[in-house]
Design a protein around this ligand. Structure first.
Ligand code: FAD
Length: 547
């Protein structure tokens, strides 16, 4: 049975803070929401680490927006829908592509380092986009450039109170409404009740559930797990995007991504025999959508009995490669590889969580007072397969919408949340203590080998048994960041395996070896999970009003 709260330290001294708007997470989605909301409200921005330790910071390719000559929101709409393989929410995609260009122009005003030639913005091309439409900064350093600009704006905004090294454990709910979050300070171990009229969940993705991932250490899926415990609907969790070109060399903690933009600029994929193979699988060749490229790579690797193929940029100009892809070339050099002269071993790697907390087109979740934006959310724009460079855009567009709706929501609320009191439950997990590191190794091993790129019923069933055993064995005497993360990852890993087993078809990024075709009749629909009502109102984590 899932409890509404995973927190279990009733005897700790609780600090207390109150805000109008509480933003959880400091990537593009969280910072955009915090900066926007601070124009009107007192905002608290909490992040587990620094503002630089995010997935946003790592983004390479750029941001997709229909701002170029000959482009239009209509074309961007069609490309997004086509990639989404029948599961996009058309209303959400329309919002994304129509509002995207304005949001990107606004971002360019605070982030002046977007790449230009003769004053004109340069547009890159990526897989499954019908024409060049990706704005980028610092060559392939879009994420770090955007992060610096937004962080400066957030830090300068006098109404944003920033708390780094603050780990969010649970969302606080009162009579079904979200009223803030309980956090653990990673420096002094103190627990704080952060009470707010509105809470914006922007905690990003969950690549760490797979171990071999391009995602940073903070991407442990905490947001989806805590929102589920708080009663929010979550969906599409089986749609985990594996990026085709993760660097395939051993010993990497976070797998280096070789951006799709390189194929956009003409790099080829070759098999072990040195042959280009993509054109045999799709007329768009290396620029087919990610799911198609991954399928083709897996087929080639199986046929040849290898665990990687090669990316070939040796026919492109060395000086230009260095200038256009400085981060990629520097990263490869650390592994003794030279993009300009050598074939680079690549293999699919866990990269992006398409599913998440269900929202409408204003970022509202199914729990009043709780909004979600960015990778943690399921707005419906990605369908069954995210189009490259649409995710930074999603964070920008929907966080802006969240801010607009928050103004309306708070206007209607009129309740003094500062007077509310929350009881955190007694410790419930006593017994022989488990090792969080060992539990995590078991979990990621199961996910990688049994719930990975290509799935089969027997493997998924085995994974569910093993994940169930791990869940029932786990006992933590002392709860800290690592223990909370393992519990969240176990919740999410189990949900992914369950949904992947249910979906008996191959669609978008969800590939079933035993059901290789799309089955529109049975499966052109979402799988949505929500904690049953009686478990949501369970005794632990009860909330009462003061006085
Ligand atoms: C290597 C790489 C390259 C990419 N390139 C591109 C690209 O070119 N274009 C594109 O559109 N997309 C790209 N993506 C995807 C994109 O970067 C992400 O989807 C996007 O940045 C997510 O932004 P976000 O704000 O939702 O989350 P993040 O940027 O991941 O921010 C999450 C925040 O939540 C905080 N957090 C998480 N859990 C907790 C917790 N329990 N308590 C407190 N805080 C918490 C973290 O500390 C962090 O501040 C790339 C992804 C990767 C991994």
């Amino acid at each position: 049975m899932t409890r509404p709260y995973v927190a279990s330290r009733a005897d700790e001294v609780l600090h207390r803070r109150s805000f109008d708007v509480l933003v959880l997470g400091g990537g593009i989605a969280g910072m955009t929401a915090a900066i926007g909301a601070a124009r009107r409200w007192r905002v608290g921005l909490l992040t587990q680490s620094t503002l630089e330790e995010t997935t946003t910071f790592l983004a390479q390719g750029g941001i997709a927006a229909a701002i170029g000559e000959g482009d239009s929101p209509g074309l961007h709409f069609e490309d997004t829908l086509k990639a989404g393989a029948g599961l996009c929410d058309e209303e959400a995609v329309r919002v994304l592509v129509n509002e995207g260009p304005d949001r990107v122009r606004e971002l360019m005003e605070i982030c002046p380092r977007f790449d230009k030639v003769d004053g004109q913005i340069v547009l890159g091309r990526e897989g499954a986009h019908s024409l060049p439409r990706i704005v980028h900064a610092g060559g392939d350093a879009t994420g770090s450039e955007v992060t610096s600009a937004l962080a400066e704006a957030a830090r300068l905004g006098s109404r944003v109170q920033l708390y780094e090294d603050e780990f969010v454990i649970d969302l606080l709910t009162l009579e079904g409404r979200c009223m803030g979050a309980l956090t653990l300070n990673l420096a002094d171990g103190g627990l704080t009740l952060n009470v707010a009229m509105v809470t914006v969940l922007a905690t990003g993705g969950a690549g760490q559930v797979y171990g071999r991932t391009t995602n940073p250490a903070v991407a442990t899926g905490d947001g989806v797990a805590m929102a589920y415990r708080a009663g929010a609907a979550v969906r599409d969790l089986e749609f985990v995007q594996f990026h085709p070109t993760g660097l395939a060399v051993p010993g990497q903690k976070t797998v280096q991504l070789i951006t799709e933009a390189l194929r956009g600029e003409g790099a080829y994929l070759r098999n072990a025999a040195g042959e280009r193979f993509m054109t045999a699988h799709d007329p768009r060749g290396e620029l087919a959508s990610r799911d198609i490229v991954v399928r083709a790579m897996v087929a080639e690797m199986r046929r040849e009995g290898t665990d990687h193929v090669f990316l070939d940029a040796t026919h492109l100009d060395a000086g230009w490669l260095q200038q256009r892809f400085p981060s990629v070339t520097a990263g490869l050099r650390e592994h003794g590889l030279d993009l300009a002269t050598q074939l680079i071993p690549v293999a699919p790697v866990c990269h992006y969580f398409i599913g998440g907390v269900v929202t409408d087109v204003w970022g509202r979740t199914t729990v009043p007072g709780l909004y979600a934006s960015g990778e943690v959310a399921s707005t419906g724009v990605h369908g069954a397969n995210r189009l490259a460079s649409n995710s930074l855009l999603e964070g920008l567009v929907f966080s802006d919408r969240v801010v607009r709706d928050v103004d309306r929501y708070i206007g209607r609320l009129g309740e003094d949340v500062r007077r509310l009191s929350f009881d955190i439950p007694e410790a419930v997990m006593r017994g022989r203590s488990s090792d969080a590191g060992e539990a995590r190794r078991r979990l990621t091993g199961i996910m990688q080998s049994e719930v990975g790129v290509l799935r089969r019923r027997e493997d998924l069933q085995k994974a569910l048994v093993e994940l169930g055993e791990l869940t029932s064995e786990i006992r933590f005497d002392v709860m800290g960041e690592a223990e909370y993360q393992v519990l969240n990852m176990l919740t999410l890993g189990t949900q992914i395996a369950k949904c992947a087993l249910l979906r008996e078809e191959s669609r978008g990024v969800h590939l079933r070896d035993d059901f290789p075709d799309v089955d529109d009749e049975r499966w052109r629909r979402h799988i949505t999970l929500r904690l049953p009502e009686h478990e949501r109102s369970e005794g632990v984590g009860e909330v009462r009003r003061r006085g």
